[in-house]
Design a protein around this ligand. Structure first.
Ligand SMILES: NC(=O)c1ccc[n+]([C@@H]2O[C@H](COP(=O)([O-])OP(=O)(O)OC[C@H]3O[C@@H](n4cnc5c(N)ncnc54)[C@H](OP(=O)(O)O)[C@@H]3O)[C@@H](O)[C@H]2O)c1
Length: 303
């Protein structure tokens, strides 16, 4: 298949570009400010700032599948720059969906569990969204924009993607915690932000299974643990031989950030049932990371 991935220079996008190449697909990707090569995938510069010009920028592309991962991803930035978030996350998504439809391509939109508020149960795909911050609102508006266009589409909602990432890529709670522990520095994590941390290899496996099935609709591609950032960091410390008591805590309110965090627990049973891919817990994923050759430099010297 010919696969085009927007935001290929980002954490999720790069993971998907590598997965597409590993599966033998003809792959191209877009970047905005960071034009790093990824294997033999073709890089294309794209800006979400002028949605009306997106189709022109991609005029040479004839994808069978367009995965739209590029976005204004800074949650607090979206709160303070709402017009920018509206254009880049909502309006641009509608324009890209039109482009995909004009090419007869399956359009896949990477969304977020932040479209929901906290609920007293694990939230299913068909429940009514109600974002608590503008990032969530702009991503929800992107979902609605592509659904209004029609054509073939999938929405993959995710949360806190993590795993070993290539040098130069944005770090995640696990790699950041390990880097600090290795250097003997203080690790302080938030004790009242809850997430479903999502192991990138599972995200990619489940996503490509959905593509191969040519599934339609919304899927929660999230990990199977619901944990605080502090608990996640403690589990990371334990898995790599450090004392979990080294993880100190802070409260979200002390950081005085512009955007509220929703503490959503998303139900991932639909994607697991339909693809057979298990979305691992934090402990399972950490064991997998620990078994990777890249773990060697991060294991506690005491072990
Ligand atoms: N990370 C999370 O916790 C999380 C959770 C749920 C959902 N998501 C969603 O997953 C997707 C990917 O997130 P990520 O974590 O991989 O993000 P990321 O690492 O911040 O990457 C963002 C990507 O978007 C591109 N981009 C940013 N501004 C752009 C612009 N004005 N025009 C064109 N491209 C632009 C970036 O290009 P350059 O780097 O080249 O500038 C990069 O490729 C997003 O849609 C996000 O909303 C992320």
């Amino acid at each position: 298949m010919n696969i085009l991935i927007t935001g290929g220079s980002g954490v999720i996008g790069e993971c998907l570009v590598r997965e597409a190449l590993a599966r033998g697909h003809e792959t191209s990707f877009t970047y905005h400010s960071r034009p790093s090569p990824i294997g033999n995938a073709q890089p294309i510069r794209l800006s979400l700032e002028e949605p009306a010009r997106l189709a022109e920028s991609l005029s040479s592309c004839k994808p069978d599948v367009l995965i739209h991962s590029a976005a204004f991803t800074n949650v607090d930035g979206c709160e303070t720059e709402q017009e920018k978030a509206r254009i880049q996350n909502a309006q641009a998504s509608g324009e890209l969906a039109k482009f995909a439809k004009s090419r007869g391509a399956l359009f896949i939109y990477i969304s977020t569990s932040f479209v929901f508020p906290k609920r007293d149960h694990a939230v299913r795909e068909d429940e009514e969204p109600a974002p608590v911050n503008y990032y969530g609102q702009s991503k929800l508006d992107g979902e609605l924009a592509l659904r209004a266009v029609g054509g073939e589409w999938q929405i993959w909602r995710t949360d806190q993607p993590y795993g070993w990432v290539p040098p130069g890529q944005k770090q995640n709670t696990v790699t950041r915690t390990l880097s600090l522990l290795k250097e003997g520095k203080e690790v302080r994590e938030v004790e009242d932000w809850w997430n479903n941390p999502t192991y990138l290899p599972d995200f990619a496996a489940a996503g490509f299974a959905l593509i191969e099935k040519r599934a339609q609709g919304i899927y929660h591609l999230v990990g199977s643990s619901y944990a605080t950032r502090a608990d996640w960091a403690r589990a990371t410390a334990s898995a790599f031989g450090y004392n979990p008591a080294l993880i100190l805590t802070k409260r979200a309110g002390d950081m005085r950030l512009p955007a509220a965090r929703p503490n959503v627990n998303a139900d991932n049973s639909k994607v697991q049932k339909e693809t057979g891919v298990r979305m691992r817990t934090i402990e399972e994923a950490l064991r997998d990371m620990r078994a990777d050759p890249r773990a060697v430099e991060f294991v506690s010297k005491g072990k």
